[in-house]
Design a protein around this ligand. Structure first.
Ligand SMILES: [Zn+2]
Length: 275
């Protein structure tokens, strides 16, 4: 699913990027910038449509967190579309909503005009689950830091199938299982401390001072914009574009589940306790 190419589009205002916007899952009056009917879905015969708006509450799929799903209602006609996935074009700064409409409902061609306004509804339950998985990854960062492991971050994967956080650095072989035990304990402590999440914008210079405390944990030169979105979970701050829960207390269902060290990389696995 490629993002729409829209030469004249203004950027999509991504609501979830601000602190309060992070918790908004419904927005009326979103104006259609581009509508493109793609094809019929071979399996379901549904009509597939890509839509871009001036503003959206949908979190598009990034490298570390799955896309929101939900529905879109065209306010002029009442037509409902199911949003299967949202993607983001960094070149255009536009969020593309990949939608489907049941053939029984869709007129051919679909009556969706540029300039139409729509109500965009993110599936709040799915968003809440993805926010928890994502924020729990940050909590591992904080727990690692508190235990003295100030490894630079390598990458994270916060999808429910195999969530983990990776760092540059190796833990000695005989310390690994002990570390998992300590991380489980520290994770519980941080949950019980009920630490509020923070989200703010900082210049790269401010980031260097505020975040790279003990060693160069983060490389801010990789960001093209002058300001970087900084998210603080359990008092540990890092650059991030995902969605989050309000407080560590919402992560009581999660724990650290394992460790793997290979080729200079330490991977810490975490998941729901119930899994
Ligand atoms: Zn994050």
């Amino acid at each position: 699913m490629a993002a729409l190419v829209c030469q004249d589009c203004t950027p999509t205002e991504r609501i979830y990027l601000t602190y309060e916007g992070n918790f908004i899952t419904s927005k009326a009056g979103c104006k259609v910038l581009l509508s493109q009917t793609i094809e019929q879905d071979g399996e379901t015969s549904a009509t597939l449509v890509d839509l871009a708006f001036d503003v959206s509450p949908f979190h598009p799929q990034g490298g570390v967190q799955p896309s929101d799903v939900g529905k879109i209602t065209v306010e002029r006609t009442g037509l409902e579309l199911t949003v299967k996935k949202a993607t983001f074009s960094f070149e255009m700064n536009v969020v593309t909503h990949h939608c489907s409409v049941a053939t029984a409902v869709a007129a051919a061609p679909l009556d969706i005009q540029v300039g139409d306004t729509c109500t965009l509804d993110v599936d709040a339950e799915t968003r809440a689950l993805y926010s928890k998985y994502h924020t729990a990854g940050h909590l591992v960062d904080s727990a690692m830091f508190r235990l003295g492991y100030e490894f630079p971050p390598e990458k994270g994967y916060h999808f429910p199938d195999a969530p983990c956080v990776e760092y540059k650095g190796m833990v000695e072989a005989d310390k690994r299982q002990e570390l998992v035990g300590k991380l489980k304990e520290e994770f519980e402590v941080l949950v019980n401390e009920e630490i509020p999440t923070t989200i703010c914008m900082r210049t790269k210079e401010e980031c260097e001072v505020e975040l790279n405390r003990t060693q160069k944990n983060f490389d801010f030169d990789m960001f093209k914009d002058p300001e970087v979105r900084i998210v603080g979970v359990a008092n540990f701050k890092c650059p991030c574009g995902g969605t989050h829960v309000r407080s560590t207390k919402e992560l009581s269902e999660f724990t650290v589940t394992g460790i793997k060290c290979k080729k200079g990389i330490t991977k810490i696995k975490y998941d729901l306790k119930s899994k």
